[in-house]
Structures are given as structure tokens and as C-alpha cells.
Ligand binder design. Structure first.
Ligand SMILES: [Zn+2]
Length: 73
């Protein structure tokens, strides 16, 4: 069964010295939306923090090193 909680991207790995497939942690926005409603908006600060943090790092599938993820938008 394929995991839907992870995002796969192809980015340059400093350790492998080439472009590799890497996993970027995906934020469960639906869960955070519920938590934001429960906490009357307080959770949105944590939500933003998590969203920024998780999309800054990716894990290389070849060497397993967790490195900075440079997003190509
Ligand atoms: Zn690597």
C-alpha cells in the first residue's frame, strides 16, 4: 500500500553529489484545520511553524541523509 502522508521530490543531494529521489514531510492540513477550530485560531501559529519547518528539509532515499530542501516553485 502506497503511503499518502509523504511527498516525493527529485532534488540535488549534497552527499550523493547528484539529483536523487527524496522524501519531503507532508503537512496534514486537514488535521491542523480541525485543531485550529478547536483552539479558536491559536493552533494556526503552530500550523504555520510546522508548515515552514517540514518543507525546509527532505530525506534522501539513496543515502538517507536529511538535508535542506530547496523548493523549485
Ligand atoms: Zn543522498
Amino acid at each position: 500500500m502506497k503511503k499518502t502522508s509523504i511527498n516525493e521530490v527529485v532534488v540535488y543531494c549534497e552527499s550523493c553529489k547528484k539529483f536523487t529521489r527524496q522524501i519531503v514531510d507532508k503537512v496534514n492540513h486537514f488535521l491542523h484545520l480541525i485543531l485550529t477550530m478547536i483552539t479558536f485560531g491559536i493552533w494556526s501559529f503552530i500550523w504555520i511553524y510546522i508548515a515552514i519547518w517540514t518543507f525546509r528539509y527532505s530525506e534522501c532515499l539513496k543515502c538517507g541523509i536529511r538535508a535542506k530542501y530547496i523548493s523549485v516553485k
